[in-house]
Design a protein around this ligand. Structure first.
Ligand SMILES: Cc1cc2nc3c(=O)[nH]c(=O)nc-3n(C[C@H](O)[C@H](O)[C@H](O)COP(=O)(O)O)c2cc1C
Length: 284
């Protein structure tokens, strides 16, 4: 189902993790729309290029399909988007930024998705991606129609499993330092961009983004409240740095759509906070 009238924030609000898919195959034109978007979405904020591939399980034998394990977390999906990137500085932020664009495009096209960073057999999917020696496959997502034909009951399910829960503003956004919560009135034009970060997906829903508004009200500094153990569970893949890129994607998409000029830069945020790792600043 097409809905070209959705705003970026509406698309972001609509996205949710879909783990059960219907048999209904995706129309060729919808697949093509998604595929042609890959090139546009593949350029990261930090200069890394993300290589996407659509992997169709349809023509595969049962045995081959089984070898591509998603460990029972994902049911019925026949199509996956795989995202590879070269090992480089900020590659995880860039994969988060670029892949989230693809996920939101799929959402706009009426398709369900689910970020998978951990619960899939990485080596088997990597073989399908034909990775070069310096490339990694940090994440994949199934794409397809939900098995109930609508997002509505997924939303109900999501309430019951609790993943819809997000921290309130006061736990995530601060004024000038990391002590004083940012009031919506003080965020002015950036309320929706910040809200888009708050409702973003994150690995295990840990919501590790923190934003401090600069003294100059045209700066928003993004930090990672890292769970060091968790962020290192997947070998060289830093899953919480992927979360940072997703947040940057959401903030930027909403800010741009609302006509707010500016962009992400690595600036000097001026202050250091215990337990917070600086990532980048939105500079208007
Ligand atoms: C980087 C990243 C990795 C994720 N990895 C997995 C995964 O391996 N398996 C899974 O079932 N969900 C995974 N998720 C989905 C999150 O659990 C989900 O986004 C979060 O609970 C919020 O729920 P929502 O997406 O429905 O809003 C991942 C999400 C992100 C952002």
């Amino acid at each position: 189902m097409y809905n070209i009238l959705m705003t970026a924030l509406e698309t972001i609000q609509r996205r949710l993790s879909v783990r059960r898919y219907s048999d209904k195959s995706i129309e060729t034109s919808v697949r093509e729309d998604l595929g042609t978007y890959f090139e546009e979405a593949g350029k990261g904020l930090f200069g890394n290029l993300v290589r996407f591939k659509l992997l169709d399980l349809g023509p595969m034998s049962r045995e081959e399909m089984r070898s591509l394990g998603t460990y029972g977390f994902i049911k019925g999906a026949k199509l996956f988007v795989l995202a590879a990137v070269k090992e480089n500085r900020c590659a995880f932020e860039d994969i988060g930024y670029c892949m989230e664009k693809v996920i939101l495009k799929a959402t706009e096209l009426g398709l369900g998705t689910c970020w998978l960073g951990g619960t899939f057999r990485r080596s088997a999917f990597a073989a399908k991606m034909e990775l070069s020696a310096d490339e990694m496959l940090p994440a994949i997502t199934p794409v397809g129609y939900t098995n109930n034909g609508s997002f509505a009951s997924d939303r109900v399910l999501r309430y019951t499993i609790g993943s819809v829960k997000r921290h309130p503003w006061r736990n995530l956004f601060y004024e000038v330092n990391d002590q004083q919560p940012l009031e919506k009135a003080s965020a002015a034009d950036f309320v929706d961009a910040l809200e888009a970060v708050r409702i973003a997906p994150s690995a295990s829903n840990k919501q590790p983004w923190r934003i401090v508004k600069g003294e100059n009200s045209h700066q928003y500094h993004l930090y990672l409240k890292e769970n060091k153990l968790y962020n290192r569970l997947l070998g060289k893949i830093r899953i919480q740095h992927i979360d940072m890129g997703i947040a940057m994607c959401h903030f930027e998409m909403v800010a741009r759509e609302q006509g707010l000029s500016g962009g992400w830069e690595v600036a000097n945020p001026g202050s250091k906070y215990d337990g917070l790792q600086y990532i980048a600043t939105w500079v208007s």
